[in-house]
Design a protein around this ligand. Structure first.
Ligand SMILES: [Zn+2]
Length: 172
């Protein structure tokens, strides 16, 4: 790759609402070739005037891309999240953010959400976070608070005795 190509390379950051709220954009981190991708759903769910203003600014600067993930990528994310045990902790937007990262190769996710980070780790998707980042891949399991039975699939009550279960994880 020559210098010229390198300059023209575009960088895509896929963001969730925490990134918008943390002023990722206004921190001056966006360079000339950087663009933000948001799932279309995100815009609908943004409530604060402040967050909406950030989108308006991005839009005016030509930095905002609204995208809908492919159904193949969505299915892949759901499959991985079920295996890692993150499925129940992922919001619809989280799932879309992750799926968009598969659709836009070499993109980077910006999120403080630990389920997003964990699923990303399993798929080798790059994640940047501002406040919180997990150190190890986690594989979640559920354990009954009464009889101690363990389950790899999410469930609200114990399959053996019907008591409440809690989520735990082991490092991978
Ligand atoms: Zn039990």
């Amino acid at each position: 790759m020559n210098e010229n190509n390198d300059k023209e390379r575009l960088n895509y950051f896929i963001v969730d609402s925490t990134a918008i709220m943390h002023h990722f954009v206004l921190d001056g981190r966006l360079k000339e070739n950087d663009f933000l991708i948001i799932p279309e759903l995100l815009e609908i769910e943004l409530k604060s005037f402040e967050s909406k203003s950030v989108l308006t600014i991005l839009e005016a600067e030509g930095k905002l891309i609204r995208a809908t993930p492919s159904s193949e990528s969505l299915e892949r994310i759901i499959e991985i999240a079920k295996k890692s045990g993150d499925y129940g902790a992922l919001s619809k937007i989280d799932t879309q953010v992750l799926a968009l990262a598969l659709d836009f190769s070499d993109s980077v996710i910006y999120s403080d959400d630990n389920a997003v980070q964990n699923v990303s780790a399993f798929l080798k998707i790059k994640v940047v976070s501002q406040h919180f980042s997990i150190r190890h891949k986690r594989e979640y399991y559920w354990k009954c608070t009464v009889c101690g039975s363990k389950f790899s699939q999410e469930s609200k009550t114990c399959i053996d005795c019907g008591s409440p279960v809690k989520r735990f994880f082991k490092r991978k």
